[in-house]
Design a protein around this ligand. Structure first.
Ligand SMILES: [Fe+2]
Length: 199
């Protein structure tokens, strides 16, 4: 007897690793530090003990490279999901500088099709992982008697940070970031992307 599982409503996290990450990240690291110097207070959001820039990287020409890549990656994902061809992709992005001891509370991003994070600098795995919470409410009514969690039974799933890697996920997927337990800053760029009709 063959039993075949079939995912019906999967929650996808897309990932890509940039080939030129060493050079690309050195430039981004410098830009991130300058941005913090220009606005040491930053903004309060989900960050605990960390620094976060305003959501305005999309308006800063010095961040054009990462802005373009965010849009390219999300457009490719949109195309893979058969988003209509008359859509244009818009985004907001911001820098996170999370020193040792910093974390991000669990949250989601309303009114966007995709959210994501790109790792500029992180000492893995001690720097803490992004984690996603199971969005299927029914699964929280009871726990499964398992020895080891699987993608189906887990209530939370961790994704390892990696310098040069970008994760993209649906904005509705709840997520947070573990405490940075390494001895250096974890620096990332987060974003939200919305596809809207051209014109
Ligand atoms: Fe987020």
């Amino acid at each position: 007897m063959q039993i075949i599982p079939q995912p019906l409503f999967p929650s996808l996290v897309w990932s890509t690793l940039f080939d030129d990450r060493a050079i690309f990240n050195a430039k981004l690291l410098d830009l991130a530090m300058r941005l913090r110097e220009s606005d040491p207070a930053g903004v309060d959001n989900t960050n605990v003990r960390g620094w976060q820039s305003p959501n305005n990287l999309q308006n800063l020409p010095e961040f054009d490279d990462i802005n373009l890549r965010i849009l390219q990656v999300c457009q490719r994902i949109g195309e893979s999901l058969h988003f209509r061809s008359d859509q244009t992709y818009q985004h907001q992005a911001w820098v996170n500088i999370s020193p040792p001891g910093a974390s991000n509370k669990i949250h989601f991003h309303a009114n966007c099709h995709f959210s994501g994070v790109y790792y500029v600098s992180a000492k893995e795995p001690e720097c803490g992982s992004i984690f996603f919470r199971d969005p299927r409410i029914a699964s929280r009514m009871m726990t499964y008697p398992v020895d080891k969690p699987t993608e189906f039974t887990a209530e939370e799933i961790l994704m390892r940070p990696e310098e040069g890697r970008m994760y993209v996920f649906p904005g509705w997927l709840e997520h947070g970031v573990e405490e940075n337990k390494s001895d250096r800053d974890r620096i990332s760029i987060s974003f939200n992307v919305l596809a809207t009709p051209i014109g």
